[in-house]
Every structure is written in structure tokens, then in C-alpha cells.
Design a protein around this ligand. Structure first.
Ligand SMILES: Nc1nc2c(ncn2[C@@H]2O[C@H](COP(=O)(O)OP(=O)(O)OP(=O)(O)O)[C@@H](O)[C@H]2O)c(=O)[nH]1
Ligand SMILES: [Mg+2]
Length: 441
């Protein structure tokens, strides 16, 4: 372990033509779980973890960040190569006499490589745990065991620190992300993959990757990705799903969608610098028909994977490890020891669920108010209606009265007319009074 974090200026790193990293200082450091190689250097170019303070509060920034990823998968899929690609270094320089083919030796024990890196004043200790590949034995049944034990040992170490009186200097060596390497077969997942992922998914954030993606065509990769995802869903395996927040800005949403759409990441690893036909020097793999570039997003998903781990979701991965995976493991362990805890105390309040509950309550209240208002309105309408009906009836009654009166007058007049016509004279007086009477009514 080291406390010095060399301040490397941003973006000044250029890989040496021989592919070896500049200024890497491999040194051995004690570790509970295996060998730890520490390199103090910078990742290739700008990766953007200086963005982290926007995601977390001050405390973590002061302490610096600790982030641990693990690679798991069958032997020979390029796990060690990917770690070197990530750190832009040779992992085991001079450790063994290079074979004539200069092939990377098989990883035989769980090892970790760390780098203390700094970007814009933000410090990060990045550790990647390399595991020996499995699948070489006739019986591979228990090959997941040492890996799961390693993950649990890291939980144990954390729990032990939490139980200490002085909890200020807790070192978080828990595995925050586990890259699971899938052989680029183009078929479905193998039973051993399913077994492994099942053992791992409750303990780590599982991120599946397609190894050696340069061996497949674009179309094959697309189909293979879809098949892997449906296999994973069918077997109820939980891979890490990046959360999306409602009120995020468009750019962040687009980035989250872009990353999510690439899972499982199709990756290519290489720690060699090769010449492209157009004269550039790139990290990649040279073939008779061309060069595949590791850092070219059109060629593979390596850049997106690194972006997910280090820029976009590092804090989410740490948070999920701490509050879900570790908590589940911890309460399971305590239960196993006969210590039951009151779950209500530890019940997590999920803000999304909480706000949904509040919304439902509010909606119910609104609905009730609306119903009441409707009732009042109906009552008022009814009152008005009955009043109107009453006055209508009154009017109708008056109308009938008047009609009757008129009818009566008409009958009288007709009677008079008949009398006049029949020659019975009417006295002027009689006529006048009649007329007056008529006008008066
Ligand atoms: N085509 C291709 N070959 C690769 C890639 N990554 C690594 N290799 C090669 O695959 C071989 C095995 O690579 P390693 O990185 O040692 O594989 P590993 O997964 O660490 O293997 P174990 O340590 O046995 O588990 C080496 O010859 C690498 O050069 C890749 O992306 N594409
Ligand atoms: Mg290896």
C-alpha cells in the first residue's frame, strides 16, 4: 500500500512504442487474498473519474476512492490481457522467462493489481482481481468455490473492520464489479457459465462480457448478445442493471441508454501497440487483413466498458455492493450465527417506492374530494331543477286560468253575436256595460 498519489497531468500519457507502460512501478504489497501488484500510474488518456465528486459527498473525496473489479471466466479467454489493457501495462514483467511464443502464462492463483491514480485532484485506488481460468479439468464442478470464497473473505474483512472500535480508517476491498467472460462461441451460454453466474450474482455486481470479440463478425456479435441476454433472463440470473433516474438531463440519459444497449460488452484486449495501415500507432491486434483497435468504439466495446466502470457507474456499483449485496450477505451470516436482527430497523426506504406510495395516497385524496364536489353539484342541480319545475307548474296553472277566462268570454261574445244576428236588439246600455266589462278583464 502506498500513500503517495503522484499527480499526473491530464492526458499527457503516450504509450511507448514497445507497448510497455511508462513509469510503472510494480511492487509487491501484502494482501489478505493473494499477490497484489501496485502500479502508480495513469490509465490511458482521460477516463473521467474526476466526475465522481458530482456523484458522492465530500467525505469520500477527501479519503480518495477505492474500487475493486474482478475478472472471472474460462481459461484463455483473455482476462489477464484485459487487465493489462485496462492499466495499459504488462502485468507480469520479467516474472518468468518468456516462452518462445511470448504467450502470457496461465494465471494460477488469485492475484490483484492496483493502481493509485489521480485525475483533476481526485484520487482513486483501482484494483483488479485476476482469477485463474477454469474449465481445464475433467470435473469443473467446484471451480467456482475459490472465487466465491475470495469474495466472501473480502466481505469478512470489511465486517471485521466495521466491528472495530475505530472505524475511521476502513479499507474497502470488497469486489464492486465482476466481469464474467463468455467464450465467443455464438451459441448459447454453457452450463458452467450458468452455474458460475448463479453462484456469483447474489454476491457481486455481475457484468457479462463477450471475450475475444475480434473472432466474431458484427452480426454474429449482435445475435450472440441477444441470445446471452435471453439465457440470463431465462435462468433468473441478475446481472448489474444501471439505474436510470427520472429527472436526469438528456445527455446523461443518452449515455446510460448507450451503455445499457452494449451489455454484454463485446471486448478485445491487447497490450501491444500496432501500426495501422494509415500510419497510426494504436493498441490493438494486427491481422493479415487489418488491425482491430482496442480504443476504437467502432471496433469493440472496451471503451464503453471502461466508461461504465470508471466514469458513469463507479459510485452506483460501490453503493449497490454496500447497501444490497454486502447487507444481504451480512444479515445472512449473522442469522447463521444465531443472531437475528429486527428487519424493520434495517428496512431500507426506497425513495422511488416511497414517492409512489405518497402519490397513490394523494391521488386517493383527490378522487375523494372530486366525488364530494360532484355530490354537492348534483344536489344543487336537483334543487334548481325542482324549483324550475315548480315555477313551470305555476306558470302552467296561470296559463290555464287565463285560457279558461278567455274561453268564457269568447262563449259570451258568441252568444251575443247570435242574439244580434237573430234580430233581438241589445240595449245600448247593455252593450256598453258588456264592452266595458270585457275591456276590464
Ligand atoms: N483474439 C484475441 N485473443 C486474445 C484477446 N485477449 C487475449 N487474447 C489472447 O488469448 C490468450 C490468453 O490470454 P490470457 O489473458 O492469458 O487469458 P486468461 O483468461 O487470463 O487465461 P487464464 O489465466 O488461463 O485464465 C493469449 O494468447 C492472448 O494474447 C482478444 O481480445 N482477442
Ligand atoms: Mg490469466
Amino acid at each position: 500500500m502506498t500513500d503517495s498519489y503522484p499527480g499526473t497531468p491530464n492526458g499527457d500519457y503516450a504509450p511507448a512504442p514497445n507497448g510497455k507502460a511508462n513509469g510503472s512501478l510494480p511492487s509487491q504489497a501484502p494482501s489478505t487474498t493473494g499477490v497484489s501488484n501496485v502500479v502508480r500510474k495513469k490509465l490511458m488518456g482521460y477516463v473521467g473519474f474526476a466526475n465522481l465528486p458530482n456523484q458522492v459527498h465530500r467525505k469520500s473525496v477527501r479519503k480518495g476512492f477505492q474500487f475493486t473489479a474482478m475478472v472471472v471466466g474460462e481459461s484463455g479467454l483473455g482476462k489477464s490481457t484485459l487487465i493489462n489493457t485496462l492499466f495499459n501495462t504488462k502485468l507480469y514483467p520479467g516474472k518468468e522467462v518468456p516462452a518462445p511464443s511470448a504467450e502470457r502464462p496461465k494465471t494460477v492463483a488469485i492475484e490483484s493489481i492496483s493502481a493509485d491514480i489521480e485525475e483533476n485532484g481526485v484520487r482513486l485506488r483501482l484494483t483488479v482481481v485476476d482469477t485463474p481460468g477454469f474449465g481445464d479439468f475433467v470435473n469443473n464442478d467446484d471451480s467456482w468455490k475459490p472465487i466465491v470464497e475470495n469474495i466472501e473473505a473480502r466481505f469478512d474483512a470489511y465486517l471485521e473492520q466495521e466491528n472495530r472500535v475505530n472505524r475511521l480508517k476502513i479499507v474497502d476491498n470488497r469486489v464492486h464489479a465482476c466481469l464474467y467472460f463468455i467464450q465467443p462461441t455464438g451459441h448459447s451460454l454453457k452450463p458452467i457459465d450458468i452455474e458460475f453466474m448463479r453462484r456469483l450474482h447474489t454476491k457481486v455486481n455481475l457484468i457479462p462480457v463477450i471475450a475475444k470479440a475480434d473472432t466474431m463478425t458484427e452480426e454474429e456479435i449482435r445475435d450472440f448478445k441477444a441470445r446471452i441476454l435471453s439465457d440470463i433472463a431465462y435462468h433468473n440470473i441478475h446481472i448489474y442493471e444501471a439505474p436510470t433516474y427520472e429527472n436526469e438531463d438528456e445527455e446523461a440519459l443518452a449515455e446510460a441508454e448507450e451503455i445499457a444497449s452494449k451489455i454484454p460488452f463485446a471486448i478485445v484486449g491487447s497490450d501491444n501497440v500496432v501500426d495501422t495501415p494509415d500510419g497510426r500507432q494504436v493498441r490493438g491486434r494486427a491481422y493479415p487483413w487489418g488491425v482491430i483497435e482496442v480504443d476504437n468504439e467502432d471496433h469493440c466495446d472496451f471503451v464503453k466498458l471502461r466508461q461504465m466502470l470508471i466514469r458513469t457507474y463507479m459510485e452506483e456499483l460501490r453503493e449497490h455492493t454496500n447497501s444490497v449485496l454486502y447487507e444481504n450477505w451480512r444479515s445472512g451470516k449473522l442469522l447463521g450465527m444465531g443472531i437475528a436482527q429486527d428487519p424493520s430497523v434495517f428496512q431500507e426506504i426506497n425513495p422511488a417506492v416511497r414517492s409512489q406510495e405518497e402519490r397513490t395516497l394523494h391521488e386517493a385524496k383527490l378522487a375523494k374530494m372530486e366525488a364530494e364536489m360532484k355530490l354537492v353539484f348534483q344536489q344543487k342541480v336537483q334543487e334548481k331543477e325542482s324549483k324550475l319545475k315548480q315555477s313551470e307548474e305555476e306558470l302552467y296553472a296561470r296559463h290555464r286560468e287565463m285560457k279558461d277566462a278567455l274561453e268564457k268570454q269568447r262563449a259570451e261574445l258568441e252568444d251575443k253575436k247570435r242574439r244580434i244576428e237573430s234580430g233581438r236588439p241589445l240595449t245600448p246600455d247593455q252593450k256598453n256595460t258588456k264592452k266595458k266589462g270585457f275591456l276590464r278583464t
